[in-house]
Design a protein around this ligand. Structure first.
Ligand code: SER
Length: 357
């Protein structure tokens, strides 16, 4: 449990009450929020965390937070009311609708994914105006910002670099790319018209591949077949995979994703040559995931029953990404191949989680 945050902070432009220094995490109850909050709490003992989510946080996460707030990132007033009490030097804006859900409700996805991000950027600008310091805004972006028009194009493109093939074919990809641009604007160009570029925010985005956790399952994503197949195997269930066997995407484990966020947060701004970076660890086809799992769960049965909509999304996303910029600028380095991820993290984690050790 965290100590109550110190009240020894500055008076603000907004009011004269002292505000406690804290870190804000939106989407705190999601897969990534869970693990990130635990990691921050372990590595930065005296920091106060405010967890923000649509639903009340479960105890596993709430116990690490100085305060939890239930609400929607579309609600700017609610977000602003939190900054009456806290001064946020760092914001992890994780709340989002994932790709399959976004495709079913594009208007709402825009409101949440772009409108919500805009609200957090506004909050960061207010903070800069009140304190003179630019808050860091960490943003999980995605391979969905890329778009291949055909399977042939995807196959011939190879691992994509950050500036290539930026023609997203999903609402989620359009939203995340727009949000990346907004973050870059507020970092490099804000107030350029009157003052010359001043930069009010220190925005840093990581374009994540599919994420696989031994403890949790994603909801509403399209890379979900990876973690779903794994968890079905651990539960002795038959799995109907919603993409073809030859479908290929990059993936990484959740601890690697958290490590990458921690690492980019610690890098000096001067080391960063771009506002959004690729990371990835392995890039198997769905059949290769199945095969690797069979080494651990020989009885695993997977039926490949492609869902046309979700298959279309996966076919448009890159088969792999090029992570050289992240390696060069802030020391990113993947910890795993698929086999080592299974052996040293996923299988032991699943056994502990499902109690069949
Ligand atoms: N995992 C995300 C999704 O499938 C992609 O970044 O929506």
């Amino acid at each position: 449990m965290h100590e109550a945050p110190s009240q020894a902070s500055q008076s603000t432009a907004r009011g004269q009450t002292a505000r406690a220094t804290a870190i804000l995490v939106t989407g705190a109850g999601g897969e990534m929020g869970h693990d990130l909050i635990r990691a921050i709490a372990r590595s930065e003992e005296n920091v106060a965390i405010v967890g923000f989510d649509l639903r009340p946080l479960d105890r596993n996460v709430a116990q690490y937070c100085a305060e939890t707030v239930v609400g929607d990132v579309q609600n700017l007033e609610l977000l602003q009311s939190i900054t009456d009490r806290y001064s946020f030097g760092r914001i992890y804006h994780l709340a989002a609708m994932l790709s399959s859900s976004a495709e079913r409700a594009p208007g709402r996805a825009y409101d949440v994914n772009v409108g919500g991000t805009m609200n957090l950027l506004r909050l960061a600008v207010d903070e800069r105006d009140a304190t003179g310091r630019s808050p860091m805004v960490l943003f999980p972006s995605t391979i969905a910002v890329y778009g291949h028009p055909t399977l042939e194009h995807k196959a011939s493109a190879g691992p994509v670099q950050e500036h290539e093939h930026l023609e997203p074919r999903t609402m989620y990809g359009c939203n995340k790319l727009a949000a990346e641009h907004l973050g870059r604007y507020y970092t490099d160009h804000h107030r350029q018209f009157d003052e010359g570029p001043t930069g009010s925010v220190d925005f840093r985005a990581i374009r994540f591949p599919g994420l696989i956790s031994a403890e949790t399952l994603p909801t509403g994503g399209t890379t979900d077949y990876g973690p779903e197949m794994l968890h079905a195997a651990a539960r002795n269930q038959v799995y109907d995979c919603f993409v073809r066997e030859d479908s290929r995407l990059p993936f990484m484990t959740m601890p690697e994703a958290i490590e990458s966020i921690v690492r980019i947060s610690s890098a000096p701004r001067s080391a960063l040559t771009r506002s959004a970076y690729n990371v990835r660890s392995f890039a198997p086809s769905a059949a290769e995931i199945h095969q690797a799992l069979r080494a651990h769960y020989p009885a695993l049965t997977v039926g490949f029953k492609p869902n046309p909509g979700r298959q279309m999304i996966v076919d448009g996303w890159p088969g792999d990404t090029d992570d050289r910029a992240a390696r060069a600028d802030w020391g990113w380095s993947p910890a795993h191949t698929l086999d080592s991820a299974l052996e040293s993290y996923l299988i032991p984690g699943l056994k502990a989680h499902y109690g069949n050790a």
